[in-house]
Ligand binder design. Sequence first.
Ligand code: SAM
Length: 232
Amino acid sequence: SLSKRLKTVASFVQKGARVADIGSDHAYLPVYLIKNGTAQFAVAGEVNKGPFQAALKQISKFGFEHAIQPKLGNGLSVMEGESIDTVTIAGMGGPLIADILDEGKERLTTVKRLILQPNIAADRIRRWLIEDSWELLDEVILKEDGHIYEVLVAEKGNPKTLYGSSDVEKEIWLGPKLLREKSHIFMEKWKRELVQLEKIQQQLYVASESENMEARKREIDQKITWLKEVLL
Ligand code: SAM
């Protein structure tokens, strides 16, 4: 059955949605959404031929050719000529997801909802959402097979609704809602990160005797201060 990670993404797709799943690989998510009767139609977009072939195979295995359109193409370009109201992008790094959204911006004007699952650097997506006037509606942190994932849900609107504190940079980094909830998975993730940052901090203090790394040092110090406020 579908991974907990992709089930979490699927749980934010609304009934009757017309979905573009970008970087769909085996098209597991579109197949699940059609099988469950959640989505009405889906595009399974892939930039690479191998995963595209895997998507074709999976779609025909279920006989879903009427409801899932596989497309070979980069990012949001596969939305060309389709009427799409929901975009899902899962299983990639935050910077790549943000780049895909930014490059395809003009195709998002008729899209209602974005459901994004970065493997790393969710802050890059939160920043892009704010800059492009998308409202972060919900965020979830989950753990599966020892990996911790975040899922972000956004719709066009007031980008600052979920952001409450005076320290927006801290909220962008940790997630405004996740930071308020402080679930045990959230605490686990950032405790690990604190250990890593303290190692880097030590190395920087040693190295900086010969090199100028003040900006990097300040960034690490700030992040450690934030994490100590949150975790301790
Ligand atoms: N979305 C699936 C999931 O979450 O399980 C597959 C994730 S897989 C790790 C990432 C997929 O994104 C790969 O199949 C890769 O070919 C595809 N990909 C990477 N960059 C892309 C882009 N710019 N446009 C479309 N697909 C892309």
